[in-house]
Ligand binder design. Structure first.
Ligand code: S3P
Length: 753
């Protein structure tokens, strides 16, 4: 397979440990590319040529001819020097030349870049491989240095996408994981995690040596001292540069640090130094608590970053929620962004031309899996930061072969939509997931994709993993056997690449976010006869801006919470009310709920409103079959409402609920019975015999790792006489991070175990 770096001339300015390692790594991965270098040290230049790390090397002063020839320039110098070099190469570099620096401070580069010409600045892609060590110099260069390490890119928002993609490709080819950040955030993060610790290490060694009898004090120093002060062996020149160029962020942290030290100094100075026996017990406790808290934080950090954090490992973590009895629901909430729209926003931005800004993105585990998958395929993504994502599209044909299986965690949407996209790529790929996803049916997408010509294999009996060998596809006219937006979207995504027209016919209307978003990206999609959706493959997608509304599926828990609990009055802000998603509103209204939509508006092509919901007496209903796909994710919590409604609520035609994150009919029936609800279960539905005076008995519920089951029973606590303990709740974070915090904010009595 060809690489974006094939036949390129790459010039390194600075051949220390980092520059040398990148050059060595590149030479290993792409033996045919031409690598040139310049350095301020003559023996480094000689060494680099003798060891065949580079084809030719000259002193920096003589670098002009190399600069003119280069397609890519990597500046591997400390930040202050790097800024000087940028100014120097601007005039000499070729019009197409892409430039990246690797320095540890990015705000400084950004400031320097502001004075450069627009055309040069747009081809400058600041990066920071976080792989340095206390060792410096070409002698320590290592071609594997970046394997499995993180590189942070801080591209400019108006950066040239091709330049950003090329630099991303450079890091990915060397085995790194690439993240995007703003320069400001990068500098704050690095000040805390790297710059402050370096300052403390240098200071500790210096203070000790000034304070004690020189070598004598070090004679008794043990491994702890060596561990703690390792950073003080780093290159002094480079670190002086770093502290000057990131002085603001470091100074702020130093202030906090010094204040904390002063607190301890003052506390200790209150003690009677001669009388250890009467030492202050409360200070002992204070110190102990402080150390304990810090130790805990470090353990969490080590666990999160140095242990296997994949789906299988996650599924072992066991969190329970305790829903305390009673309460009422009052307040004002904006629940997190819509999960379906968040997935699609990442997918379409990644394959579009240009830079897309997304606001309101759901930072839940499911949609973060989609972000991670596209990062693994070479897309540069800044954030998410407070729901904001910036995606540098690679175009429809710019994705790279993932280096490992793409782990979609708990997310059926991510797996099924990506399968459609990957079926048309010129590379092979594998999709896996967690225990629950590995049991979910995939034949529903495998069959139409094969009809389009895809080469795709599933595991036994049609479950994941999916092994996909991308190939050329042809459009089909497909009758969906079930009302599934995931299958519809999977086929449409494949259709973007297929020859001719692709048509999907829905048996009942499903959520239409794919069509709406494709239109937003300038792609022509037609819906005719109500349920027939068509597009023609081959066109491009053009980057846009997206604002993701709050997820009605997450709002549903609070809609029901307020609707079933006396004295409740709740506002839910900025909720998506796309008519293909509002089954929950329609059904609650038929049941007699008091729901008012206010400030209805269109935001980014999706209808949005603020919703006021108050308590009222509900009545059971027969659920119209056409409403089932429009409320498909909301049934767990709707069943709780049904149990609190007078009479029977009857649901049929909902066999799809049996193949969600759990068998939601069976698992809800089991849980409802545990808390005292009378019901009949059918193969495709349920009859719940409710009562507006219902008081649940409390009990222990197994959520079977299903986020929506867990949250539904958390809501049931409001009408319970005793605690409901809900097991296996860690997956709540897949769709609703911070659920418990928000729920408590408006009156639910929730605790986490
Ligand atoms: C989704 C479609 C629905 C829904 C899921 C999200 C989507 O699944 O249950 O949570 O984003 O397309 P099905 O297509 O299987 O009904």
């Amino acid at each position: 397979m060809t690489s974006k770096l094939d036949n390129k001339t790459v010039l390194f300015i600075g051949l220390g440990m980092i520059g040398g390692s990148i050059a060595l790594g590149l030479r290993k991965v792409f033996p045919d590319i031409c690598i040139l270098a310049c350095d301020s040290d003559e023996s480094t230049c000689q060494d680099a040529v003798e060891k065949s790390i580079v084809k030719a090397a000259v002193l920096e002063a003589d670098a002009e001819t190399f600069i003119v020839k280069a397609d890519l320039i990597v500046i591997a110098l400390p930040p202050l020097l790097c800024a000087e070099v940028l100014v120097r190469i601007e005039a000499a570099a070729a019009q197409h030349c892409v430039v990246c620096d690797v320095s540890s401070v990015k705000g400084h580069i950004k400031k320097t870049a502001a004075d450069l010409s627009e055309s040069f600045r747009r081809r400058l892609v600041p990066s920071h491989p976080i792989a340095g060590s206390e060792k410096s110099g070409l002698a320590f260069a290592n071609p594997e240095l970046l394997v499995g390490r993180n590189v942070v890119m801080t591209p400019f928002l108006d950066g040239d996408c091709a330049a950003v993609n090329l630099v991303n490709h450079l890091w990915m080819s060397l085995g790194a994981n690439v993240y995007g950040m703003s320069a400001e955030k990068h500098d704050e993060v690095l000040a805390a995690t790297s710059h402050l610790p370096h300052m403390l290490a240098y200071t500790t060694v210096k203070v000790l040596s000034d304070h004690g009898a020189h070598e004598d004090i070090f004679r008794y120093a043990a491994g702890g001292f060596a561990d703690f002060t390792r950073l003080a062996s780093s290159d002094p020149k480079m670190w002086a540069d770093i502290f000057l160029s990131n002085s603001k962020a470091v100074r702020e942290l130093l202030d906090t640090f010094v204040s904390q030290l002063l607190i301890w100094r003052d506390e200790l100075s209150k003690l009677d130094m001669d009388d250890v026996a009467t030492s202050d017990e409360s200070l002992h406790l204070k110190l102990q608590d402080f150390f304990q808290e810090a130790k805990g934080v470090r353990e969490v950090f080590l666990e999160a970053h140095y242990s296997r954090k994949d789906s299988q490992a996650r599924s072992n973590t066991n969190v329970s929620l305790i829903a305390g009895p009673g309460g009422s629901v009052v307040g004002d909430l904006r629940v997190p962004g819509d999960k379906s729209i968040s997935h699609r926003a990442v997918i379409f931005s990644s394959i579009s031309d240009g830079v897309t800004k997304i606001k309101g993105f759901l930072q839940g585990e499911d949609s973060l899996r989609t972000v991670a998958a596209f990062r693994e395929m070479g897309v540069t993504i800044i954030g998410p930061d407070h729901g904001e994502l910036i995606i540098f599209g690679v175009g429809k044909f710019g994705l790279c072969k993932p280096r490992k299986a793409l782990d979609m965690g708990n997310s059926g949407t991510a797996m099924r939509l990506l399968a459609g996209l990957l079926a048309a790529q010129p590379f092979t790929s594998v999709l896996t997931g967690d225990e629950s996803l590995m049991q979910r049916p995939m034949n529903r997408i495998v069959e139409p994709l094969r009809e389009m010509g895809a080469v795709i294999e599933s595991g036994k009996s049609g479950v994941p993993p999916l092994n996909i060998s991308g190939c050329e596809l042809k459009g089909i006219d497909y009758n969906l056997p079930m009302a599934s937006a995931q299958v519809q979207s999977c086929v449409l995504l494949a259709g973007l690449y297929a020859s001719g027209e692709t048509t999907v016919r829905e048996p009942q209307i499903c959520r239409d976010h794919t069509e709406r978003m494709l239109s937003g990206f300038g792609y022509d999609v037609q819906r005719t006869e109500g349920s027939r959706i068509s597009l023609t493959g081959g066109g491009p997608l053009v980057a846009t801006e997206i604002e993701v509304p709050a997820d009605i599926s997450s709002a549903a828990f609070f809609l029901v919470a307020a609707a079933i609990t006396p004295d409740s009055d709740l506002y839910l802000r900025h909720v998506g009310i796309n008519p293909t998603r509002t089954g929950i509103l329609n059904l609650l209204e038929i049941m007699g709920a008091s729901i008012e939509l206010q400030n209805e508006r269109i935001v980014g092509g999706e209808p949005v409103a603020d919703i006021r919901v108050r308590y009222s007496v509900l009545r059971g209903i027969e659920i119209p079959v056409g409403q089932v796909p429009l409320a498909i994710d909301e049934f767990p919590v709707l069943f709780i409402a049904a149990a609190c409604a007078d009479g029977e609520t009857i649901l049929t035609g909902a066999e799809e609920l049996r193949v969600k994150e759990s068998d939601r009919l069976a698992v809800m029936a089991e849980g409802l019975k545990t808390i005292g609800v009378d019901l009949d279960l059918f193969p495709d539905g349920i009859c719940i015999k409710g009562n507006s005076k219902m008081q649940f008995t409390g009990g222990e519920i197994d959520s079977h790792g299903d986020h929506r089951i867990a949250m539904a029973f958390a809501v049931a606590g409001l009408r319970s006489l005793a605690e409901i303990e809900i097991l296996d709740c860690s997956n709540v974070d897949t769709s609703f991070p911070n659920f418990a915090v928000m729920a408590k904010q408006v009156g639910l009595k929730l605790a986490m175990l």
